[in-house]
Design a protein around this ligand. Structure first.
Ligand SMILES: [Mg+2]
Length: 368
């Protein structure tokens, strides 16, 4: 397929309520939507990169820069024969996975529309609905957190993930276990701790958590292997896995027992599927993380989550968890703790141009 035109849309959505992790607090998001045009069809992707460099070094502006100045010139007007062919054209660009993922995912959506198949089937998915969990930010007080957990459990979410940071960890877990008993519960530290905190992690072992996500440095796999040997709670890696090669090394070192796969963090669905396949062979369960994606990125995550080794509930929640209004129709909804896959060509959920336009703050068009 020849890439005839690419549009980049800087779309800003306000969160229903601010979200705090160990490294940042945000009340709105700035994602770049990517539209690829070919043969009368349009494929949609999303760079779900944070605005600021606190999760990784990329930002909304670096995504725009890398796409405009380096990736798009390598693919625009080119006749692309496969996803490998697409990726090979910008392989020499180091890192910048969120920037790459927006374009790569738009290509997958286009390809699925071209073949008149749902994207999940093209990827090899086996599920028609995915189990949904919810991720809760750090709250001022435990009293603020408990009613939120109650609400999301009532809505049917299959597991609760709590963001933690030093000083807001053990007491929070203790209170949540005390109030809600044996609910499926996990923690995400977003790399806020070091090996010096080993006594804390040993204490956390008592609470039978499903896992603790990225407790140590964002770029570490070695210290995680030391920590995993000392504690019972499975470690799940997020920030430090950027490729199937990173995953292989982490598994060989024993740095984790679970991996969180985010297409944005690993450069798109092709690499995400490679990590999935590797973990499947090695008996390491995976789940799909989230970057508060808009409906387009979220629909891609749903398609990915239908692969067989996505056996744990992910962070793919309903649109209403984060936004008053989403940019796809139908909005992504929860049904008994699950999200349905839509049997339509491409990502299934349909982008609503009128809504996208309403929230677009800048747009760029590149024609061959
Ligand atoms: Mg995480």
């Amino acid at each position: 397929m020849k890439i005839e035109r690419i549009d980049l849309l800087h779309v800003q959505l306000k969160l229903k309520e601010p979200f705090e992790t160990s490294s940042s607090r945000k009340d709105h998001l700035d994602h770049i939507l990517v539209k690829i045009y070919s043969g009368g069809l349009i494929g949609y992707g999303e760079c779900a990169c944070p605005t600021e460099p606190f999760y990784c070094y990329e930002t909304t502006q670096t995504c725009l820069h890398i796409l405009k100045d380096f990736i798009i010139p390598r693919v625009l007007g080119q006749d692309i024969v496969s996803v490998e062919d697409l990726i090979n054209r910008y392989r020499s660009i180091k890192g910048h996975n969120f920037a790459k993922s927006g374009l790569e995912m738009a290509w997958w959506d286009l390809l699925a529309r071209w073949e008149n198949k749902p994207l999940y089937k093209l990827l090899g998915g086996v599920r028609t609905a995915i189990e949904s969990g919810v991720s809760l930010g750090i709250e001022e007080s435990i009293a603020d957190l408990l009613p939120k957990i109650e609400r999301f459990l009532k809505e049917g979410y299959r597991r609760i993930k709590l963001k933690i940071k030093p000083g807001k960890d053990l007491a929070v877990v203790e209170a949540v276990r005390h109030h809600f008993g044996d609910i499926p519960l996990m923690l995400d530290a977003n790399s806020a701790y070091t090996l010096q905190d080993l006594p804390l992690f040993k204490e956390l072992d008592k609470y039978h958590l499903m896992m603790i996500e990225q407790p140590l440095a964002h770029d570490d796999i070695y210290d995680h292997s030391k920590l995993q040997r000392e504690i019972k709670t499975p470690i799940c890696l997020d920030e430090s896995i950027h490729s199937a090669e990173d995953a292989r090394k982490a598994i060989e070192l024993g740095s984790c027992r679970i991996i969180n796969i985010k297409p944005g963090r690993v450069g798109g669905l092709y690499e995400a599927r490679k990590i999935h396949d590797l973990c499947y062979r090695q008996g390491i369960p995976v789940w799909c993380g989230g970057m508060h994606e808009y409906g387009i990125g979220r629909a891609h995550n749903i398609a990915l989550s239908t692969l067989p080794n996505f056996t744990l509930p992910g962070d793919v929640s309903a649109s209403s968890k984060y936004y008053h209004e989403d940019i796809v129709t139908p909005p992504i909804e929860l049904d008994n703790g699950k999200i349905k896959v839509i049997e339509a060509p491409g990502i299934g959920y349909r982008p609503v141009e009128q809504q996208i336009k309403k929230y677009t703050v800048a747009s760029y068009c590149f024609e061959a």
